[in-house]
Design a protein around this ligand. Structure first.
Ligand SMILES: [Zn+2]
Length: 451
């Protein structure tokens, strides 16, 4: 709680999880703690864009200390309003009504990582505020963040906008996960009404080649006959120095979609991992819904059961998906380098799923085991569980194990031989002992206790 700018630190000792066991609450100390103040804000509409902006100030009381913030403002924008046709007015109304709620997820992660209290000097959705507090508690349990206070000076009336908005949005990057979820939603007869995608016109991806990436995303959405909402934000200025991208990407991508309350009731975040994943991670079935507002539900979508190879198999079954696949972030330009870790893992997964060379035409270099071995071994592997699951798949192919439908590799000896080479390369890069017993527990993330 914030008391005249000073924080009262409460320590809660819990004796158990049973009903009525709320533990003993003891006031330990009144201690000055820095606070991050995000102050209101302008929701500005100019030309074809609506933007939500906050001023940021880190207030450090005498005797306390905090790392510098690095930025003094943050903005998110929805572009190309005219492309949304009759929905454009509803988008503007919804964005205005949402106040600074769309920036709350990013601000929460920033304050949580800094260990400073968060004060929102502007209108915020109470549902989102409660979710942000719960997300901080989860981050304390999973990542060791301090528990902070998050307070708002003004609550929004909810729901923020009249419910003309019935749309289902899907965050769409053209990667394996969001593409597989899109195709599976379509096949199940509940296709998203809108795709939402980030155009990285702000650092660190801003550059001459970004326009070509966006043109391709727009072309892909047009071919699929789905409206595409173009969002941008400079939130990475604030977050990149504070947390790894694996923790930041859902708040950065999903937060701005809370401004789309005028047209959407829900926005899907495609799961990185399979249902029931025990690892603490920045996108998780327990965490993603906490970023919801009263008007827009953020949904953690696990439409494709199983691992990333299963999702790659869905992508492999669709020519449109293969053609527009974009997984490479090492080289920020349209297409995929075929030589970075993400490209090579994706190509390996597609190969296990049955891809031939022509299927991998979206990659500028062919799948080679020496390219896998050339990956820097000392570099921590992002998405560690996906790497382990690929290794498990390759081991199954090598052993002649029954392919898991629709994954169909390993029918003949030459395929099994290549799988063995690829397996050895990935085991080396992932520092895995070839003994399968060593797979368990090598996730590189703390397990979630009690989840
Ligand atoms: Zn690449």
């Amino acid at each position: 709680m914030v008391m005249g700018g000073r924080s009262l630190t409460l320590r809660v000792s819990r004796s158990g999880r049973g009903a009525g066991s709320f533990g003993r609450v003891t006031a330990v100390a009144v201690q000055a703690r820095p606070r991050l103040v995000a102050s209101s804000t302008s929701v500005v509409v100019y030309a074809d864009v609506v933007g939500v902006e906050v001023q940021l100030a880190l207030e450090v009381p005498p005797g306390a200390s905090s790392p510098p913030l690095g930025v003094d403002r943050m903005v998110m924008r929805i572009h190309d309003l005219s492309s949304l046709g009759p929905d454009a007015d509803a988008v503007v109304d919804g964005a205005v009504a949402a106040g600074i709620t769309p920036l709350l997820p990013v601000l929460t992660v920033a304050a949580s990582a800094l260990g400073v209290d968060l004060v929102l000097d502007g209108p915020v959705c109470p549902t989102a505020l409660a979710g942000a507090r719960a997300a901080n508690h989860l981050a304390a349990e999973w990542f060791g963040d301090p528990v902070i206070t998050i307070e708002a000076t003004a609550a929004l009336d909810t729901p923020a906008v009249p419910q003309r908005s019935m749309g289902r949005g899907l965050l769409f990057t053209r990667g394996v996960d969001s593409t597989a979820v899109l195709l599976t939603m379509e096949a199940a007869g509940h296709a998203p009404t809108h795709l939402i995608s980030m155009d990285w016109v702000d650092p660190p991806y801003a550059g001459d080649t970004q326009a070509s990436v966006w043109r391709a995303t727009a072309a892909a959405a047009a071919e699929r006959d789905l409206p595409l909402v173009r969002i941008t934000t400079d939130a990475r200025h604030l977050l990149d120095p504070l947390v790894e991208w694996e923790r930041a990407f859902v708040p950065v991508l999903a937060g701005p979609s809370l401004a789309l309350a005028g047209i959407l009731r829900s926005v899907g975040v495609s799961s990185t991992y399979a249902v029931g994943n025990p690892d603490a991670y920045g996108s998780h079935e327990a965490l993603d819904p906490l970023w919801s507002s009263a008007a827009v539900a953020i949904e953690h979508r696990t439409d494709v059961p199983g691992d990333r190879t299963a999702r790659a198999a869905v992508v492999l079954g669709d020519r449109w998906a293969l053609r527009w696949l974009q997984v490479c972030w090492e080289h920020p330009e349209e297409g995929n380098c075929g030589r970075c870790r993400k490209c090579l893992r994706t190509m390996s997964e597609l190969w296990v799923a049955g891809a031939d060379e022509a299927d991998l035409a979206a990659f500028r270099a062919p799948l080679r085991t020496d390219a896998v071995r050339a990956l820097r071994e000392d570099e921590p592997h992002p998405y560690p569980r996906n790497g382990l699951e690929l290794v498990a798949r390759l081991r199954s192919v090598v052993a002649g194990g029954a392919p898991v439908s629709p994954v169909a590799r390993g029918a003949d000896a030459s395929e099994r031989a290549f799988a063995a080479e690829l397996l050895a390369a990935w085991e080396e890069v992932l520092h895995l002992d070839p003994d399968p017993q060593h797979i368990a527990g090598r996730s590189g993330r703390p397990p979630i206790v009690g989840a």
